[in-house]
Design a binder for this molecule. Structure first.
Ligand SMILES: Cc1ncc(COP(=O)(O)O)c(C=O)c1O
Length: 413
């Protein structure tokens, strides 16, 4: 087969031009016509992340002995996150993203469960229907079973039904703060009580809310407790590359105490190079992502995050008010953060989603129940009215059309 490598290397200018050309059809996240994939807090914040990442681009988070700078920055990031999550005595470490953080919490719960009850063949997890697929992905790799329980009519975890689903194989109870599809915080305190009563590991998936939700509370909005202030909470995942606005490849997984964190580790020494120990799923991991998270958090500081919280909450409330004026649309549940999901009983909301894509808005459809959801970030504030206008127009088009509209499905590939 002929080599696909270019015979001669190219100049940076040539490469840059080619990459600009390739990115012509990429999602335009800077102008807010999107509702997933990118959390953008403006060019200034992105530039800080980019510079910090490139300063440490060659470093390897696996080798913190030789890169003490990375270790110090990781420790600082974790202590910032824990200080906002009532993490006295708690510990944590950084990972490549929400999925890895969840994987590590699930692995730790499995290993602790097995230690206590070695007879469990397939350890089970009880979770609300709205839990992110990262949970099933983790369970799949870890040889565990997930039991998803339908949510209550308010789209939050049904605590009683989840308690009933717990059996002798259950090792882990799961809740979200908030869930991805509905943007609603599960009744974490009540789930924590069940976990304590039944001696279960309880993981809170705060991948979306973990960094910014405390600032939403500081801004004066009521946010229910979802962190280590609740004694039943064993571990929390909080993504820095989501509401922390860091560069991609940065999340945190937090444990109530070091003993629980130790269950997440992997140790091996039966090979020529001796002891290999790691707290992450990845081996080599980018020190740049750790540096970028540290730099963005220190660049924004409390004031910066508070300002972002105020902007996104203002935009979310305006968005909800606007939705209420569109006949036939209703918001699902009562969102306490910046994520809003809505549907309709009078027309085909997925056809509306397809129309919005046609009009250049990348909206994310929900399937069960059918709807659309929107994670609002600072870049959305200036375009909320545009979004609502395009939504109103799309609704009218669907109502006035007798042809079936091709539906969209966001493909997470
Ligand atoms: C609630 C929740 N948990 C977990 C994840 C997975 O995070 P990641 O895509 O960073 O692996 C997401 C991603 O959107 C999420 O919304």
């Amino acid at each position: 087969m002929e080599s696909k490598f270019p015979k001669k290397g190219k100049t940076w200018e040539e490469l840059q031009n080619e990459m600009i050309e390739k990115s012509q059809d990429d999602m335009d996240y800077e102008h807010g016509r999107h509702s997933a994939y990118v959390w953008h807090a403006g060019e200034e914040v992105e530039a800080v992340a980019r510079r910090a990442y490139s300063m440490f681009i060659a470093t390897n988070g696996l080798g913190k002995i030789v890169f003490p700078s990375i270790l110090k920055m990781e420790e600082a990031v974790i202590s910032m996150v824990l200080s906002n999550l009532n993490g006295n005595g708690a510990v944590g470490h950084m990972t490549s993203g929400g999925t890895e953080s969840i994987f590590l919490a699930v692995k730790a719960a499995r290993d602790r469960g097995r230690e206590k009850r070695p007879d469990i063949a397939i350890p089970e997890i009880v979770a609300p229907f709205s839990a992110h697929p990262a949970l099933n992905k983790s369970a799949h790799y870890l040889g565990m079973k997930v039991i998803r329980i339908p949510t209550r009519p308010d789209f939050r975890a049904d605590v009683d039904a989840m308690a009933e689903a717990v059996n002798e194989n259950t090792v882990l109870l799961y809740g979200s703060a908030p869930s991805f599809p509905m943007g609603l915080i599960d009744p974490i305190a009540d789930l924590g009580h069940i976990a304590q009563k039944k001696d279960l590991w309880f993981h809170v998936d705060a991948c979306v809310g973990g960094i910014l939700a405390p600032f939403v509370r500081m801004a004066g909005y009521p946010v229910p407790d979802f962190d280590f202030s609740l004694p039943g909470v064993t571990s929390i995942s909080a993504d820095l590359h989501k509401s922390g606005f860091a560069a991609k490849g940065a999340s945190s997984v937090l444990f109530r105490n070091p003993k629980l964190q130790a269950y997440a580790a992997y140790h091996f020494d039966d090979w020529p190079s001796g002891q290999y120990s790691s707290l992450t799923f990845t081996g080599t991991n980018p020190g740049g992502a750790i540096a970028a998270a540290w730099a963005v958090m220190n660049f924004l500081g409390e004031e910066g995050y508070l300002e972002i919280a105020k902007i996104t909450m203002r935009a979310s409330k305006r968005f909800e008010e606007g939705l209420a004026k569109i006949d036939g649309i209703h918001v699902w549940g009562k969102p306490e953060l910046w994520a809003v999901a809505y549907g309709s009983e009078t027309f085909d909301i997925l056809a509306v989603a397809a129309k919005m894509w046609e009009h250049g808005w990348m909206v994310v459809p929900n399937s069960q129940p059918p709807g659309i959801h929107f994670m609002i970030t600072p870049v959305h504030e200036p375009v909320i009215e545009d979004y609502l206008a395009v939504l109103g127009k799309s609704v009218a088009e669907v109502k006035n059309s007798d042809k079936p509209v091709k539906q969209v499905a966001v493909r997470y590939t």
